[in-house]
Ligand binder design. Sequence first.
Ligand code: ACM
Ligand code: ZN
Length: 760
Amino acid sequence: MLGLSGCSHVKTQKDTVIIPQPLSVEKGTGAFTFSPHTVISVPADEQKPVAELFASLFTRPAGFTPRVQTGQEGDICLQLDKNLSEDAYEMKITTKRILVKAADSKGFFYALQNLRLLLPPAIESSDAQTACDWSVPEMNIKDAPRFGYRGFMLDVSRYFLPKEELLRMIDCMAMLKLNRLHLHLTDDNGWRLEIKKYPRLTEIGAWKVDRQHLPFPDRRNPQKGEPATVGGFYTQEDMKEIIAYAADRQIEIIPEIDIPAHSNAALASYPEYACPVVKDFIGVIPGLGGKNAEIIFCGGNEKTYRFLQDILDEVIALFPSRYIHLGGDEATKTNWKKCPLCQARIRKEHLKDEEALQGYFMGRMSDYVRSKGKEVMGWDELTNSKLPEDVIVFGWQGFGNAALKAAEQGHRFVMTPARVAYLIRYQGPQWFEPLTYFGNNTLKDLFDYEPVQEGWKPEYEQLLMGVQASMWTEFCNKPEDVFYLVFPRLAALAEIAWVPKNQKDWDLFLKGLDNYTAHLEQKHVTYARSMFNIQHRITPDNNGALTLSLECERPDVKIHYTLDGSEPTANSPGYEKELKLTGNTTVKAATFAGNEQKGKTLVLPVEWNKATAKPLANAAQGMEILVNGLRGSLKQTDFEWYTGEISKPIVVTVDLLQTETIQSCTAGCITNYGMAVHKPRSMTVELSDDNIHFKEAGKLTFTDDEIFKEGNFIEDLKVDVAPAQARYVRFTFETPGNCPANHVRPGQASRIYLDELIIH
Ligand code: ACM
Ligand code: ZN
């Protein structure tokens, strides 16, 4: 089955689009065909591995392996051209021969990845394929990337990705011409690299208690003695294999040892390197950790520095990368403030405060790494104190602009902004997505990202090394969960890393993407199809009607819909423009290409009550969602929920436009325990005829036990009103206050989210 689908592309292979899009492509009309007689020639033995790796793709699916030899005689001839820049290449595919020029193996590798993408996707299959035409279309390509740093960060701490799966991930990266894999090897949730001098780092630090049935933020800390069964680690031998596999694919693995925070796994193994004021049990954290996440390496204890230097000695010896990433993010200084050793260090080194102590700590570790001949990288919090010498800063918070503070001081930097390039965020309409964090970073959002912002000084652009997509794995429990969030968005990152600013083309990219995902399918790699799903928006017109708009980020599909509850097909009405809704309606919609349904079916049960589509008096921005006739999903960030300013009550008045008889007033509210989303302390309903004089009609109040319940659920808070006549209904929701001490977010301000006001 899969073999057939891999070869069914054969007819259209002529139109195959390469991503990332090369600088220039001139297409011919013929094709070059690979056969058992095909010979690849390389200039010298040094280039043989690149050619052999490509040739080996054919072995299983095609049943032959092109021969690789040195010289100039090959059907595919690789030639050195030292005038070409690093990563650049030129290739000419004719019916008889393929000529590739590059300055080194990198350029050759990228050219051969083009051939890989131009071949039928079945080239990725591990099964023998019959009736496949192993041809690539005639074309001339000249190409070079925009950025030298084309990165992907993978967090293997929160979820340990087994070695075989990591190798698969690396091969999928290679097809996209990405060249840096930043491995986040250590965090509160697991230490993933064997360190021979400190075996407990993996004997203890690689294992956490099993809370996998709960979403990450809901998971409670381990009890002392509780069995820790979930995790794993890479031995140094594993890591050598991973490094070599990546190097064969022109990918440099940059190890991150995150200090001084995100270190509970290390400190669970060696608690003596935490501040001595810490008396709590330190375990490997299965979730957020609450107050335990504030336990970090002691910055005052001289032995901490020696411990970390020993670890870095092994890391430096193991990884050939020129870079070592030292983290430096999100270090809460609660314990440093109380710790006599940290305070003594601050005095001795004449440091201003704990933030300056972090500067000292990072500076010292950075100097050590530099003394061993490596360059140092770190997160953008490093700009909060004195920057370590020559450190390369990763802009991540918000849109990553803190990195510009480093650029201002002449430091190189990489952009991986959370608001665009964090793959943990939702990649499409949220009601179709598995649970994760925060808002949306869609494929298109990432594709549209331009790292060089208006107003930048020209020197900033010189210091920008490139861009990175970062994949945090808090919500991953199996390899497919990781692949689902990474693909296809990693292809959009590759596109912005490779293609010049004004040459990106969304339509063309999607064509190339469909070919790339066809290759992923042959490799049995999971990827998301969220780009085919529909984002809806229902807005009240304040006059009794609702306006429905539907949108899909792919322009090459058509939305068809029904309003009678039947399943949409390609023959259902096509969506052209906004629709007006005036009564109970079940909207169903899906995207189609021809007769084929591409995305999931969107189902919107729109239900009317007296508040629906009515104006809100003194509405705050976004409140109109409360009267749009549609309930939210279990994700409070799905754009169907309203939240006010944190710690402020929500007050909203519905104008029914005429005096109505009112029996009950209901508000939909959501609990998402791990995210500190809880129901209000109280809900008050008041009625008025003139929007000036209000009379209380009912009130609900809740205790702490009722408010701070665990779980993720929606509740309707209903106030029964002795039948009354009124035109205006005012709802007031008091905030629940801070989460109690036994909460997973102790002391944090909780938030109320409401989806709908329902008046009967
Ligand atoms: C980070 O997201 N804490 C770098
Ligand atoms: Zn300390």
